[in-house]
Design a protein around this ligand. Structure first.
Ligand code: NDP
Ligand code: ZN
Length: 358
């Protein structure tokens, strides 16, 4: 089978590989729609998880089940499914302890395009299929549903990590597709003011659509200074970091009230340390919590998040700015993600012919 792969740090290309083999609990799936992610860009061009040779990329997909192992009960060939980016080993001790994303090692619930071939292949392997794959609900567009693999679960995880409460003032740093879903999640959780940081025009429009009350540009001065001015020196209750770099924590801590929480979902790709400002962190005693996490993954979460879409509470259409038709366009879509033109939020690639508009 054919797949679009990382050949080494900074190198990508099409490769041929044998079809993946499946065990008794696994499924073999073919993509019906795919989306590249900023994480693929960190992985290939920044070497953020180290080198990988001939590893098929991608972890955002919807698909059709082709084959299931003999112990799989809930799925059969032909089923159309939501594929979570994170596919934990649900029998692991880490999953039993409540951290499925770290099943079998830190971040090891993230398997596609990290420890094994990803979803940019003609076929891909899914472990623990009953526990990881969810049927695409009636009324949910299978192309838009690619946003349920990672963008929705990760953005919403930022909201969970920051523990947003009714009436909170929330700062969301970064309004790419992940940050936009953090804005939407904070809004659903009852945030009052939502300050969104970003500059790309489509993202700014989408942020307002998803519930941002104020837009801040990181290019026009320090984020924390702008927040302190807007909040009359008080700061915000919660910060979600979905963009920026190792220096962004400094801004987040400075913008946060004592007792507040920072939820980081940004993939940090450079530098050995992150910066925490000593004085604004209350010289170590400010009760300003900092938590960072990989989204949990798994079927229950996929089913619940998909219900927000099928009931009309979450509209995913504002995330997609570029639509490609045909598997071969995966490469172009990934390059868009790398180059981030000003009009980009997120590209999708439609693979199944019956879903193509042309
Ligand atoms: P994008 O690149 O599309 O968006 C990044 C956002 O951050 C943009 O709004 C950008 O602004 C803004 N930004 C850039 N530089 C700064 C800065 N110095 N200070 C403040 N804001 C800045 O990324 P995605 O939304 O696709 O992904 C966001 C992050 O989440 C990535 O690092 C990705 O790898 C990570 N991720 C994490 C996952 C997890 O499970 N934890 C899963 C998936 C992704 P502008 O509008 O000007 O471009
Ligand atoms: Zn992703």
């Amino acid at each position: 089978m054919k797949g679009f792969a990382m050949l080494g740090i900074g190198k990508t290309g099409w490769i041929e590989k044998p079809e993946p083999e499946i065990g008794p609990l696994d499924a073999l799936v073919k993509p019906i729609a795919l989306a590249p992610c900023s994480s693929d860009v960190h992985t290939v061009w920044e070497g953020a998880i180290g080198d990988r040779k001939d590893m098929i990329l991608g972890h955002e997909a919807t698909g059709e089940v082709v084959k299931v192992g003999e112990l799989v009960k809930e799925l059969k060939p032909g089923d159309r499914v939501l594929v979570p980016a994170i596919t934990p080993d649900w029998s692991s001790l880490e999953a039993q302890a409540g951290y499925p994303m770290h099943s079998s090692g830190m971040l090891a619930g993230w398997k596609f395009s990290n420890f094994k071939d990803g979803v940019f292949g003609e076929l891909f392997h899914v472990n623990d299929a009953d526990a990881n794959l969810a049927l695409i609900p009636e009324g949910v567009d299978p192309v838009l549903a690619t946003m349920l693999s990672d963008m929705v679960p990760t953005g919403f995880h930022g909201v969970e990590l920051a523990d947003v409460q009714f009436g909170d003032e929330v700062l969301v740093i970064g309004i790419g597709p992940v940050g936009l879903m953090a804005v939407a999640g904070a809004n659903l959780r009852g945030a009052s003011r939502i300050y969104a940081v970003g500059t790309r025009p489509n993202s700014v429009e989408a942020a307002k659509f998803y519930g941002a009350t104020d837009i801040i540009s990181y290019k026009e001065g320090s984020i924390s200074e702008q927040i302190l001015e807007l909040t009359k020196g008080q700061g915000v209750d919660r910060v979600i970091i979905a963009g920026g770099n190792v220096d962004t924590f400094e801004e987040a801590v400075k913008a946060l009230k004592p007792g507040g929480r920072i939820g980081n979902i940004n993939y940090l790709d450079g530098g050995d340390y992150i910066k925490i400002p000593r004085v604004e962190w209350g010289v170590g005693m400010g009760h300003k919590a900092i938590v960072g996490g990989l989204t949990p993954g798994g079927r229950l979460r996929m089913e619940k998040l998909a219900k927000l879409v099928s009931t009309g509470k979450l509209d995913l259409s504002k995330l997609i700015t570029h639509r490609f038709e045909g598997f071969e366009h995966v490469e172009e879509a990934l390059m868009l993600m790398k180059d981030k033109p000003r009009d980009l939020i997120k590209p999708v690639v439609v693979v199944a012919e019956d879903l193509m508009e042309k």
